[in-house]
Design a protein. Structure first.
Length: 166
């Protein structure tokens, strides 16, 4: 019973924290004339990913890599299918052409890179598959490239990303 209470309190804190995050990010965007695209792809994306990152880091330290992988894969499935699906039920979403040809393929590329990096047994004949520190550097490099692209798009005023309300 106490675990259910902790879960309810944790959920309430996450929801309230998300409200603070969105309000704060909106204030920063207005104050510094930052586009909604950059706010959504950086401040809010980082803020909503911090709990997942904390869980994954603790799981990694404790040697429970399966939790980290499940957390990441489950989060991506939830974000793409559940959240986007629920949002589109509430309101139609207009998807820009650049989203289809740049951001969505970048997401697929991230999945493909993860599959390749995690396929040590299949690709190299090792006795077990793992994601090493070198693999982590590769993943962080792809993330850096994506951030560079995002800021480049925002700086030229070509807000190409994400679904936008009709």
């Amino acid at each position: 019973m106490i675990n259910i209470i902790y879960l309810a309190i944790g959920l309430a804190l996450v929801v309230k924290g998300a409200d603070f995050l969105i309000d704060g990010a909106s204030s920063i965007a207005k104050k510094y004339n930052i586009s909604d695209l950059v706010v959504g792809l950086t401040i809010i994306a980082f803020g909503t990913s911090l709990p997942e990152m904390a869980v994954s880091i603790v799981a990694g330290i404790e040697g429970k890599g399966e939790i980290t992988l499940g957390n990441i894969i489950g989060s991506n499935i939830s974000n793409i299918l559940l959240i986007l699906g629920a949002t589109s039920l509430v309101s139609d979403l207009k998807v820009k052409v650049n989203t289809i040809w740049k951001e969505i393929p970048f997401s697929f590329l991230g999945v493909l890179v993860l599959i390749v990096l995690a396929s040590d047994v299949s690709l190299t004949g090792l006795s077990h598959s793992s994601i090493s520190r070198a693999d982590g550097l590769i993943l962080l490099s792809f993330f850096s490239i994506y951030l560079y692209y995002t800021f480049g798009v925002a700086n030229i005023g070509g807000e190409s990303t994400s679904a936008v309300k009709k």
